[in-house]
Design a protein around this ligand. Structure first.
Ligand SMILES: Cc1cc2nc3c(=O)[nH]c(=O)nc-3n(C[C@H](O)[C@H](O)[C@H](O)COP(=O)(O)OP(=O)(O)OC[C@H]3O[C@@H](n4cnc5c(N)ncnc54)[C@H](O)[C@@H]3O)c2cc1C
Length: 552
């Protein structure tokens, strides 16, 4: 589609006007950056529309890996992403800048879910980092999923290639893992992949942490990757010597200059997949930049990697989804897939906070994956917790994640059919009272840790939140539970189109040239036991390898 500059300007202006005029809360508007100045990588300024073997939509954690690998495998590849290329910005890289980064809206879409009635009407916020690498610019916790988690994938898909043993190969492709512990490096880790992960350990606090586990009759594990899914440990980190490693930089930035068959278009928002409802084939994608409206055509396939909120959103806007919802918004149904947008899950997080004296953690990340109600079960953990110390204020925050939520899943849907209006998001934390109880048990468990003789001897901890005299912990949980930002599941993987959106080869059921590779494809009912980011990376490696095998 070639449009004159004047028509483009009119279209763009119209899109903005519609956005502003639409009757949704102003906070629901997407804050895509559409500026006329180029910032780093290629902007869509050419008059030509795009044609390539593969078009990837969304340069987040997964999208950057799929794009880089497909280019490396020799395919003509185009990545279209709504954020700018900020990979050289020190704010992205430096750990000490992370909290400031959080306060800078130009790098993010803030999405505001509907008020949660069971949380006294509170509106929680969800975040999509609008930059290359997406939400990989995060807290840096890097954990593999465990053997049992992969068995869940195998059972849901009937695809044996998801067995832990096989998936271990993809983690190894991602990881450049080192541990400062004097443990023999686990055979579960890779040591020459692009993402640098360091598991920090020091003997002094390491011994304390082991003794705490012992005093509470728990197990300690040198490394929670792979086989062991229970106990106290230290978490691997994407920060090494204070610098972040993430897919936007480690996979994509270096590749952009290396492969002439890779084109990265930033500050460009895909607004629609043009789908032929008879052939069930994606004919093209439309995307908007500050220079106007463009069309991209893939000779082979389109890969949707816009993340857990925007992937289902774009499917629905394009006519793939639950026909009842699409018709409500006057969207022509191109392909009925009831599960699009369903099964949204997240752990939720509650914190216990302490003022400390004589306490330091440095780069250490003490964690635990335990059952808060019974000790030494070595199985069925119900919470994951992590200790974070602000070394300047000496404030210790213990984050408690619910890894076995009982509440029904939430969903992603539409406010209306305007692609520049963010999706409708429904979250369901604490809808089932057992989840409140899990967090209360979690708080009591953290208090037991801080009351162990070994912790008391090591340093001074004064609880400030919820506070030692707080009588009603349930109320505290209801008033403070927040998003853990570990959202999964809105384009879930499974055997058929009644129960899922993609098959085990990442292909959208019923559409012949469209795949989804991002956090949205985790199977319905699956919840992350720690953090999903490293697994999203591993799944992206698997998807790229699948495409290479298919098309080489
Ligand atoms: C604040 C925060 C902290 C986190 N901390 C951790 C942690 O410590 N450990 C951990 O394991 N996990 C963590 N997570 C979760 C983890 O980062 C995510 O699960 C993971 O990054 C998701 O990757 P993704 O590829 O699915 O999506 P994303 O990385 O979100 O990428 C989606 C990309 O698509 C782009 N996009 C969206 N719509 C369009 C469109 N229409 N056109 C073009 N581009 C589009 C977006 O701009 C974005 O860049 C955290 C998440 C957040 C938000």
């Amino acid at each position: 589609m070639k449009l004159s500059p004047k028509t483009r300007k009119i279209l763009l202006l119209t899109a903005f006007l519609i956005t502003v005029a639409v009757c949704v809360p102003a906070t629901a508007l997407i804050t895509y950056r559409i500026s006329t100045s180029a910032s780093g990588s290629t902007q869509a300024s050419s008059k030509e529309d795009i044609v390539a073997d593969f078009i990837i939509i969304g340069g987040g954690s997964a999208g950057c890996i799929v794009a880089a690998r497909l280019a490396e495998y020799g395919f003509e590849t185009v990545l279209i992403s709504s954020g700018a290329n900020d990979t050289l910005n020190p704010m992205m890289r430096e750990k000490r800048a992370y909290s400031q980064l959080f306060r800078m809206p130009q790098f993010k879409h803030y999405l505001f879910p509907e008020p949660s009635l069971n949380l006294n009407g509170r509106v929680l916020n969800t975040i999509v980092q609008n930059t290359l690498g997406g939400n990989g610019v995060n807290g840096g916790g890097m954990e593999q999923m465990m053997r049992n988690d992969w068995t869940y994938f195998v059972n849901v898909t009937n695809d044996q290639s998801y067995h832990h043993q096989n998936m271990s190969a993809y983690y190894k492709m991602v990881e450049n893992f080192t541990s400062t512990a004097s443990i023999s490096p686990s055979e579960n880790h890779g040591h020459s992949g692009p993402i640098i992960i360091t598991q920090y350990y020091d003997t002094k606090f390491g011994n304390v942490w082991k003794s705490v586990a012992q005093e509470l009759s728990e197990t300690y594990s040198d490394d929670l990757a792979g086989l062991s899914d229970y106990g106290f440990s230290f978490e691997g980190s994407a920060f090494t010597n204070g610098l972040r490693s993430w897919s936007g930089d480690a996979y994509l930035s270096s590749t952009m200059s290396k492969y002439s068959n890779l084109k990265v278009i930033t500050e460009a928002t895909v607004t629609k997949l043009e789908i032929n409802e008879k052939t069930k084939h994606v004919d093209s994608v439309l995307f908007v930049t500050s220079n106007g409206l463009f069309k991209g055509t893939a000779r082979k396939e389109y890969i949707l990697s816009a993340g857990v909120f925007f992937s289902p959103h774009l499917l629905m806007l394009s006519g793939i989804g639950d026909s009842d919802i699409l018709r409500q918004h006057n969207i022509t149904v191109k392909h009925e897939l009831k599960q699009v947008g369903k099964n949204l899950v997240d752990n939720g997080v509650v914190t216990v906070e302490y003022d400390t004296k004589n306490f330091s953690l440095g780069d250490l990340k003490p964690v635990g994956l335990i059952n808060s109600q019974s000790t030494t079960t070595n199985t069925n953990p119900d919470i994951f917790f992590i200790l974070k110390l602000d070394e300047q204020t000496k404030r210790l925050t213990v984050l408690i994640l619910n890894i076995s939520p009982k509440s029904p899943a939430g969903y992603v849907s539409l406010h209306n059919s305007n692609p520049l209006v963010s999706p409708k998001i429904n979250l369901t934390y604490l809808k089932d009272e057992r989840d409140t109880k899990t967090f209360v048990n979690g708080i009591e468990y953290i208090r037991r840790i801080m009351s162990t003789s070994v912790m008391k001897q090591y340093a001074t901890f004064n609880e400030t939140q919820p506070g030692p005299n707080s009588v009603n912990l349930s109320t505290y949980v209801i008033n403070t539970v927040s998003t853990a930002q570990h959202f999964l599941g809105t384009c879930s993987m499974g055997k058929n189109e009644q129960t899922s959106v993609v098959d085990s080869h990442f292909k959208v059921h019923g559409i012949d040239n469209l795949r989804i590779v991002d956090a949205s494809i985790f199977p319905a009912g699956f919840i992350s036991k720690s953090g999903p980011c490293l697994t999203v990376y591993a799944l992206a490696e698997k998807a790229a390898r699948t495409l290479q095998q298919m098309y080489s």
